[in-house]
Structures are given as structure tokens and as C-alpha cells.
Ligand binder design. Structure first.
Ligand code: NAD
Length: 366
């Protein structure tokens, strides 16, 4: 029996509901594939502010450092939206990324044919789209200093700094090349090299690394044209690698290809090596959806897919990851549907479908 330790951070709004479904799915997979997970439940975001006045309490950070992986729900909500508040739930996200050195954010986007009606794109445009967006997560504008507001001689201004070191670009580009080599062998590096010095360094470093990966075709593209092409020719893309801000925007835009935010999973990988893989934080792309929180209406599939990424990347449980992915695909194709996908079923109906699919007596679909 293999043992794994996961820091369990459900957070706010629909976070606890969707995390609970993902946790039960992992436990069902554990029974079937002979492993056990210890869930170290900790406060984060608004729930942590209410309880102890901090979005990211030290105990939560310690639990993450001691774990093989972190499963996070979502943080935030109108209760904590006061702009003058000393701490906001979202502070926890940036804190986790920088403290845990989660430098690579992976967001897979797949167009399931059965969700044509949920996507604003025409079926012939999205058919076959299968993109992996690799976003740099600990550099660029969100972390560069100086940052803040200034006033000189009566002139008010604000500044953010976009800085990347060669090392930061190298490690994310290296990972993106490796991921592309394991897929269809096509990597698009997105930048704004016609204007930004940081993008020119980005492009240079990617080109320096390319000869180490002869099986991968590399193309450079500008972020503005990519924003257009990703929706008009989504099947052109295999792996996209880009810096923090561009990746933030492009990956939410790409959600339109999948059909719903309630389906998109993410993995944020760190540098620490664990017993069976690489330490990471796994969370759905969506937020805390306060409008539907506590009503059992949330779609848990993005969080279940995030748990599958956790099994694959951090816990080394590949068979269990395949089984969770297969259960999610079956649920999308034949299962009950929540409101975001045009249905009227609740989270527990989806949970029941997934758990039945994961039952060890079931065949694992190829
Ligand atoms: P959101 O993702 O929470 O919701 C956007 C829309 O999608 C809403 O209509 C919501 O009901 C729907 N939706 C989202 N997830 C769903 C699911 N699983 N099932 C069904 N419907 C779903 O984004 P928002 O409304 O802009 O933000 C709400 C709060 O979440 C804010 O406080 C925001 O700061 C926070 N937020 C947190 C994260 C995070 O924790 N990583 C990410 C984004 C937003």
C-alpha cells in the first residue's frame, strides 16, 4: 500500500463542494489501485481571514511544505471585497506561488464534441482542439519590483515592473519543450518581442534551448495575434509557452474552446522533487462562484481533473490518474450535467456518476 500526503485547502464559495467530490474520487481510486492519501485540511483565503486574520496562515504554508502535493478549491467572494482591507483572499494565491516556487502553470484545454452547444465557437472550428498552455507563474509583472503608486511634484503615477532572468525563462521553456515532445511535438512561444525587451530575451533563450529538442518544432508568435488565432484556429496549437500576464489572459480566453470554466483544470508545478514525482499545487481554473455557492449546483469536473493531474504529476499514480480522466470524459459524454453545461443536475449527481465509474469492478476504458 503506497501512502501519500496531500495538503487540502478547500477555501471559499464553491471550493469546499468541488474539493469534496475530488477527494472522494481520489479515495475511490486509492481503493482500486492500492494507495492511501492523508488529507491535511487547512484554512486559506477568506475562510482563513475570518478565522485568524490572514489569507495564508503559517500553518497552511507549513502543511503545504510537508506535503507531496496541494489540492486547492478557490478563494474570494464579495464578503472580503473591501479594497481598503489590509489583506484579501487572493493574497493567498500569490503567496503560495512565490513561497512554494510554483513556477509552471499547466492548463490543458480540450474540445469535447459532446459540448459543442456549450461553446460559443462553431463545431467545425473547435473540433479536435487539444491545447496545453504552459504559463510562467512566479516572474513578470505580478512579482517585479518596483511596484506601487508614486507622487512626484504633484504628478500621480503607478508602476509595475516586467523583469525576467535568463534562468526563469530557461526552466519554463525547458519544461514546455519536454511536454511538447511527449505530445504532438509542436511548441508555440508567445511574446511581444516587437515592443518589449523582456520578450526579446524570452525569444533568445527559447531559441538557445531549441537545439536540445530536435523532435519539437518551435514557432514564435506575438501575443496580440495569438489572442485572435487561438479562437479562430484552435487546432493549430499543441503546447503554448508564455510569460505570466500573457498566459493569464490567453488561458482564460481559451476556456471558450472547452465550453465552460467549470471544466478547466490546472497544475502549478514547483522545483521540489517528491518521492513519486514533482511537488505541485492543483486547482480548478474557476473561482469561488459565490452566486451558486452552498446550493449543490457547482460543476466539480474541473477539480476532479485537477486531482487527476495531481495523481499523475506529484503522486506517481498514473493508473489512478487515467481512471479519473476516463470517468470525467464519460461524465461529459453520458453523465448528468450541471447548469454551466446547460443541464439541471447537481454536484452530487455528478459525484455519484464518477464514483460508480471508478468502482473497482468497472472496466477501465481504453
Ligand atoms: P468565477 O470563476 O467564480 O465565476 C464565473 C462564472 O462561472 C460565474 O457565473 C460562476 O457561477 C460560474 N462558475 C464558475 N465555476 C463554476 C463551476 N464549477 N460550476 C458552475 N459554474 C461555475 O469568477 P468570478 O465570478 O469572476 O469570481 C468570483 C470570486 O472568485 C472572486 O472573489 C474572485 O476574486 C475569485 N477567484 C478566485 C480564483 C482562485 O481561487 N483561483 C480564480 C478566479 C476568481
Amino acid at each position: 500500500m503506497r501512502l501519500h500526503r496531500v495538503a487540502y485547502l478547500p477555501g471559499d464559495g464553491i471550493g469546499p463542494e468541488v474539493c469534496s467530490v475530488a477527494k472522494r474520487c481520489v479515495e475511490a481510486a486509492g481503493v482500486r489501485f492500492d494507495f492511501e492519501v492523508t488529507w491535511d485540511a487547512q484554512l486559506v483565503g477568506g475562510a482563513a481571514i475570518d478565522e485568524i486574520g490572514l489569507a495564508l496562515p503559517p500553518a497552511t504554508l507549513d502543511a503545504c511544505r510537508e506535503a507531496d502535493a496541494v489540492l486547492l478549491g478557490a478563494v474570494g467572494g464579495p464578503r472580503w471585497d473591501d479594497p481598503s482591507a489590509p489583506t484579501r483572499p487572493e493574497d493567498a494565491l500569490l503567496g503560495l506561488r512565490s513561497e512554494l516556487e510554483l513556477f509552471a502553470n499547466l492548463r490543458p484545454v480540450v474540445a469535447h464534441a459532446s459540448l459543442d452547444a456549450a461553446s460559443p465557437l462553431r463545431s467545425e472550428v473547435r473540433a479536435g482542439a487539444d491545447i496545453l498552455i504552459v504559463r510562467e507563474l512566479t516572474g513578470g509583472l505580478y512579482f517585479g519590483r518596483p511596484q506601487g503608486r508614486e507622487e512626484h511634484d504633484g504628478v500621480e503615477s503607478a508602476v509595475d515592473t516586467l523583469r525576467y532572468t535568463r534562468h526563469e525563462i530557461e526552466r519554463i521553456a525547458e519544461l514546455a519543450f519536454e511536454l511538447a515532445a511527449g505530445r504532438r511535438g509542436h511548441l508555440t512561444s508567445v511574446d511581444k518581442a516587437n515592443v518589449l525587451a523582456s520578450s526579446r530575451l524570452w525569444r533568445e533563450v527559447v531559441d538557445d534551448i531549441a537545439p536540445r529538442h530536435p523532435a519539437v518544432t518551435i514557432e514564435h508568435a506575438l501575443v496580440d495575434s495569438t489572442a485572435y488565432l487561438i479562437l479562430t484556429q484552435p487546432t493549430h496549437y499543441d503546447v503554448i509557452v508564455t510569460e505570466n500576464l500573457f498566459g493569464d489572459i490567453l488561458s482564460d480566453e481559451a476556456a471558450a474552446i472547452a465550453g465552460s470554466l467549470g471544466l478547466l483544470a490546472s497544475a502549478s508545478l514547483g522545483t521540489r522533487v517528491t518521492l513519486h514525482g514533482r511537488f505541485g499545487l492543483f486547482e480548478p481554473v474557476h473561482g469561488s462562484a459565490p452566486g451558486i455557492a452552498g446550493q449543490g449546483l457547482a460543476n466539480p469536473l474541473a477539480t476532479v481533473s485537477s486531482a487527476a493531474l495531481m495523481l499523475r504529476w506529484s503522486l506517481g499514480e498514473t493508473d489512478a490518474a487515467d481512471a479519473l480522466d476516463a470517468a470525467v470524459t464519460a461524465s461529459i459524454e453520458d453523465g448528468p450535467r450541471t447548469g454551466d453545461l446547460g443541464g439541471s443536475d447537481g454536484s452530487e449527481a455528478i459525484a455519484g456518476f464518477l464514483l460508480a465509474h471508478l468502482d473497482e469492478r468497472a472496466e477501465v476504458p481504453a
